[in-house]
Design a protein around this ligand. Structure first.
Ligand SMILES: [Zn+2]
Length: 323
């Protein structure tokens, strides 16, 4: 990654540095809406050499400076991406253009969206942070997925999961935490061309496809690429998107009540995507409610479609031989 280009872009996005000290450049933190106290410099310290940053006020931190850019502007320019990802980027972009042909969908985050930070002074922010932690989600995941919440407005009391494809916001979905109303509310547009946590699956050998964000992030914590299709229906565009991922294997892993759907979907998907396709016969509580070890064991016991076909064939032959 070109450090100077990143720096120029971050400067632009954050509104210019306020100071510098020991290799760190200081900015006003956009995440805790820091106001500049007289005589002080910004609390968000960015280290361009190490590609890291930390706000000393709200503890928002990242090991990838492109995450700041994405969190604030909703997208990362192609020129800032790693060279190895640029082909992938082009392919996915042209796929998205193809799918969205005729109707340019422009998705915006809810009006009162606020990123989750560790030291939030807002009552909602504190509750949301504790809730996410109780569901196993790590600080690093909150930051890299750009998870936030609404403390006001139509989506008050909800966690918001933004969905990015190639660094651009394509969809978002919410989960109620405080107050009443439907458990899940989502953006009106964009679901059909979105896969949650898609970009972060690039570079993983095995990618697990789950139903929702909590599953996806549980798979990621177990060491796999983890993504989600918002329910058990994987549409054609989502299949094509998954087919573009530079991975060896796609594993469908739905909740216990949808094993048959996972098997069916895997069969359909195997005809569309170039990767190996498998599925998991998941039993018991959802992925984010069991230990990492258990998630791994179950995924290790996945059903490989080719293998299953061969087993069926063998069994068939045996039966035939017995007559
Ligand atoms: Zn901050």
């Amino acid at each position: 990654m070109n450090k100077d280009a990143v720096r120029r872009h971050v400067d632009e996005v954050l509104g210019g540095p306020l100071g510098e000290d020991g290799g760190e450049t200081h900015y006003l933190c956009p995440f805790c809406r820091e106001r500049r106290p007289a005589g002080e410099t910004g609390r968000l310290h960015v280290n361009y050499e190490k590609n890291m940053c930390l706000c000393h006020r709200c503890q928002w931190a990242s090991r990838d400076l492109l995450n700041i850019v994405r969190a604030i502007t909703g997208s990362v320019p192609k020129r800032l991406l790693r060279r190895s990802l640029r082909n992938f980027y082009d392919e996915v972009k042209s796929l998205m253009d193809d799918v969205q042909a005729g109707k340019k969908v422009r998705v915006r985050l809810p009006k009162h969206f606020t990123p989750i930070v560790v030291n939030d002074r807002n009552r909602y922010g504190r509750a949301m942070y504790s809730y996410l932690r109780s569901r196993g989600i790590t600080d690093a995941q909150m930051e890299s997925c750009g998870i936030g919440y609404c403390g006001d407005g139509e989506f008050e009391g909800r966690i918001v999961f933004p969905v990015y494809v190639m660094g651009s916001l394509t969809f978002w979905t919410t989960r109620i935490v405080l107050g009443g109303g439907k458990k899940v509310l989502s953006a009106d547009d964009g679901r059909e061309v979105s896969v949650f946590n898609y970009d972060r699956c690039a570079g993983k050998k095995t990618v697990i496809v789950g139903e929702g964000p909590f599953d996806a992030l549980a798979f990621e914590r177990a060491g796999y690429g983890g993504c989600a299709t918002f329910g058990t229906f994987v549409n054609d565009s989502q299949m094509r998107l998954l087919g573009k991922l530079p991975c060896d294997e796609l594993v469908l892993c739905f909740d216990e009540d949808a094993i048959a759907v996972a098997a069916k979907t895997a069969e359909k998907m195997a005809r569309v995507v170039p990767q190996l396709v498998s599925y998991v016969r998941w039993r018991g509580p959802d992925a984010d409610e069991v230990s990492k070890g258990r998630v791994k064991t179950r995924i290790r016991n996945r059903v490989n479609l080719d293998l299953e076909g061969r087993i069926r064939l063998m069994l068939g032959e045996k039966k035939g031989g017995r007559k």
